[in-house]
Design a protein around this ligand. Structure first.
Ligand code: SAH
Length: 377
């Protein structure tokens, strides 16, 4: 698309719409809905953003589209490859912000970790995103755009040459605080005319917003992961302050409701292991009791440190002992191998560039200075 006169402000970015939205948009232009399907394939299968190259559309339609809309994936500001094959993109977002997306290749799958907000509004004490404060929700286009950029780089072709087989909403932000945009983007991840991923291979991870878990249950058929991190309310409230509002009992009840309408589904519980905090055998035994309530799997994540944090990663022996207790009780509990930590792409290490509106980042920096820590973010 020629850029000279594209004033994006009054045009719609088609990546903000899912199939239904696109069809409505095309009908509104006086076009047949199947045209929307054609365009969708161009965007997500052939990764084309220029209407001029959408050769089966006809010249007049292409001109009409260029007048009213555009296909706008995010700009890549910077990218970095890890020695283990992990790849990270820093993507520019409107308003001077930037977020990160990370690709993690494994022998049998390729997982893309996607952000949902610039920064995060929650205050989990062990997460580096929390120290950066919050700016805004990402648009649906900015969310699906992360998949688009990675797909283009990796040469992904839906249904044929799958480089991205899984998407996890586990980057920056709390996806359920950006509900509508996240659902629209996840629709495009799973649509055959979009990236064509299987429902269960798209995973939304939440810190535990109970009402929105119920809302998600009818809005999108995706896998659910829950950041638990502690087996009792006292400790969880310390690590995930949202627990005060939605304590463990209520959270697990919402998870039970979520799986009750999905016959073979399990919930993945994320449990970040921090030395001397939540990694003792008694914690593992408490966790086993909680997990008996529903079909579940526990992902054990060794804590990833970041400048200024007061937590440390658990010792390998403590991790092994913790895992053994879960396994003996019949629970599936893999330890997540730390990937991409040489490029700061591991869980809880994503930084981006957050123009903070909450002053939380300033408070954190002040604390760091007081501790005499000079490599502050
Ligand atoms: N806000 C959502 C999505 C973020 S997912 C959620 O909380 O689920 C990122 C996962 O990594 C969460 O489980 C988060 O708790 C975990 N995490 C955050 N900081 C971490 C750190 N420093 N080390 C290891 N895991 C961390």
């Amino acid at each position: 698309m020629s850029v000279e006169v594209v004033n994006k402000a009054d045009k719609i970015n088609l990546m903000n719409l899912d199939r239904q939205g696109l069809r409505e948009f095309f009908t509104g232009l006086g076009e047949k809905p199947y045209r929307a399907d054609q365009v969708m394939k161009w965007i997500y299968h052939r990764l084309e953003s220029d209407f001029d190259n959408m050769t089966d559309l006809g010249k007049s339609l292409r001109a009409k589209l260029a007048e009213s809309c555009y296909v706008g994936p995010p700009n890549v500001l910077f990218e970095k490859a890890s020695t283990d094959g992990t790849h990270k993109w820093l993507l520019g977002m409107d308003g001077g912000n930037a977020i990160e997306a990370v690709y993690i290749p494994e022998p049998t799958r390729g997982t893309l970790c996607v952000s949902s907000q610039v920064g995060c509004g929650l205050n989990c004490t062990f997460c580096s995103t929390a120290t950066q404060g919050f700016n805004r929700n990402l648009s649906a286009a900015e969310i699906i755009g992360q998949v688009w950029v990675a797909a283009k780089h990796l040469g992904n072709v839906p249904h044929q040459r799958r480089r991205i087989t899984n998407v996890v909403m586990m980057g920056m932000g709390e996806p359920l605080m950006n509900f509508d945009n996240v659902v629209t983007a996840m629709n495009n991840m799973r649509d055959d005319l979009g990236f064509g991923l299987a429902n269960k291979r798209v995973t939304l991870s939440t810190s535990g917003l109970v009402p929105q878990i119920d809302k998600l249950s009818t809005a999108a058929d995706v896998s659910l992961a829950v950041s638990l991190h502690a087996p009792n309310d006292e400790l969880r409230t310390e690590l995930v302050p949202l627990n005060k509002r939605y304590p463990i009992d209520e959270l697990l009840a919402a998870c039970q409701r979520y799986v009750s309408t999905r016959p073979r589904a399990t919930i993945t519980f994320e449990y970040t292991l921090m030395k001397g905090i939540n990694d003792k055998p008694e914690h593992a035994r408490q966790l086993v009791k909680l997990m008996r309530r529903l079909p579940s799997k526990v992902n054990l994540i060794p804590f990833n440190p970041f400048p200024g944090t007061r937590y440390e990663r658990s010792d390998p022996e403590a991790i092994a002992a913790f895992q053994a207790i879960l396994n003996q009780a019949g629970l599936v509990a893999p330890v997540r191998r730390t990937r991409g930590d040489d490029i700061d792409a591991a869980c809880g290490q994503l930084k981006g560039q957050v123009l903070d509106r909450t002053r939380r980042s300033a408070t954190f920096r002040k604390q760091l200075e007081e501790q005499g820590n000079t490599h502050a973010a």
